[in-house]
Design a protein around this ligand. Structure first.
Ligand SMILES: CC(C)(COP(=O)(O)OP(=O)(O)OC[C@H]1O[C@@H](n2cnc3c(N)ncnc32)[C@H](O)[C@@H]1OP(=O)(O)O)[C@@H](O)C(=O)NCCC(=O)NCCS
Length: 173
């Protein structure tokens, strides 16, 4: 549970940014309870059966609820023009006292706001939090044909991509 002091610290770490080309004011802040439904619906728009079938299968309302419940310190929202336009859900995995991994599990930005640096700002907020937590390595995964996201992650400094295979088994009823 977050103490009042921790909450205050979180509020201080909120930051606002103006995008040069666009007049919108972008704000990145820790995810709040009212963000859960917009984040879920944005994920439904982004992780579609047609474009990202593996992510589509895993994405549901319990993803958001579980992350908010267990890892709210590592979940961030992006607000622009007074609207919810993006999110990042992450967690920390502690393998041992000396080895902590940050895991960026889900991120997404509304199409109309792509290319404005919103995912970059969300990622920077998450990365700063990982530094505070003494995390040594951040890992991320996505499906192999999600070239936009892979390009995005490479630009953020991720390297050494390794193939990850998803398989399905249809069960007869
Ligand atoms: C990937 C995604 C989060 C990027 O969001 P975004 O807010 O548009 O990204 P940014 O504006 O911060 O762009 C950051 C960098 O990635 C590059 N980039 C972003 N989208 C890109 C695209 N579609 N193709 C190529 N490069 C792209 C930008 O050129 C930019 O490079 P720079 O930092 O060197 O200038 C967004 O396209 C998205 O929501 N995709 C669908 C969901 C998804 O696949 N999530 C990841 C797996 S969970």
């Amino acid at each position: 549970m977050n103490t009042g002091i921790e909450k205050k610290k979180r509020n201080h770490s909120n930051h606002e940014k103006h995008n040069g080309d666009h007049e919108s004011k972008i704000k990145i802040r820790p995810m709040e309870i009212d963000d859960l439904a917009p984040a879920f619906h944005l994920g439904e728009k982004l992780f579609t059966l047609r474009n990202l079938p593996n992510l589509y299968r895993i994405w549901d309302e319990y993803e958001i609820i579980d992350f908010f419940n267990s890892s709210s310190d590592y979940c961030f929202s992006a607000i622009a023009d007074g609207k919810f336009v993006g999110f990042l859900l992450g967690t920390v995995i502690e393998k041992s006292k000396r080895r902590k991994y940050g895991y960026l599990v889900w991120t997404g930005v509304q199409h109309e706001y792509n290319g404005m640096g919103i995912a970059t700002s969300l990622f920077n907020a998450f990365k700063n939090k990982m530094v505070e937590e003494d995390v040594m390595t951040i890992v991320v995964d996505t499906q192999a044909d999600n070239t936009h996201a892979i390009e995005f992650f490479k630009r953020k400094g991720f390297k050494d991509p390794q193939a990850h295979v998803y398989m399905t088994l249809e069960l007869d009823k």
